[in-house]
Design a protein around this ligand. Structure first.
Ligand SMILES: [Zn+2]
Length: 148
């Protein structure tokens, strides 16, 4: 039989048990007692949950340096993203407009138009390749930022 003072003793060891600071014999004593005693087991589970929550909070809170890094990258990237958006939207609108004109007033293209088209198509392809490259680099950027 366990006496009330033994429960008290076990409960005082629980925190050290959770932290893995007990000796092997001490840890075994706590473990055996927890198997038999529901009341102490409940205390233990509550303590474990509390410790888990504290650990999660510590993880969730980003260090100040990381916050500053994040702010910096946001203030740099937001205007850049907006710039890309405008460029892309403009090009798409222009292509649609050109396609409509082309369909409505079809005639054999002049040399000037063919040269112009070649330049436009080349420019769009270059731009597309840059966009694809940037998209591919995004996850890489993120990892590098976290590692710092
Ligand atoms: Zn107990």
């Amino acid at each position: 039989m366990t006496t009330p003072s033994q429960h008290e003793e076990i409960r005082q060891m629980l925190s050290a048990y959770l932290d893995g600071e007990l000796t092997q014999a001490g840890a075994q004593r706590v473990r055996i007692h927890l198997e038999d005693c529901e009341e102490c087991r409940r205390t233990y589970e509550e303590l474990a949950r509390l410790q888990e929550m504290t650990r999660e909070l510590a993880f969730a809170e980003p260090p100040e340096a990381r916050m500053k890094e994040l702010e910096k990258s946001l203030s740099v990237q937001a205007p850049r993203r907006l710039g890309w958006l405008f460029v892309m939207a403009g090009i798409v609108a222009w292509l649609i407009y050109g396609a409509i004109l082309y369909i409505r007033h079809w005639r054999p293209p002049t040399v000037e138009e063919m040269i112009g088209s070649a330049i436009v198509i080349g420019f769009v392809l270059l731009l597309a390749s840059v966009v694809v490259e940037r998209l591919r680099q995004l996850p890489h950027d993120r990892y590098r930022r976290v590692d710092k």
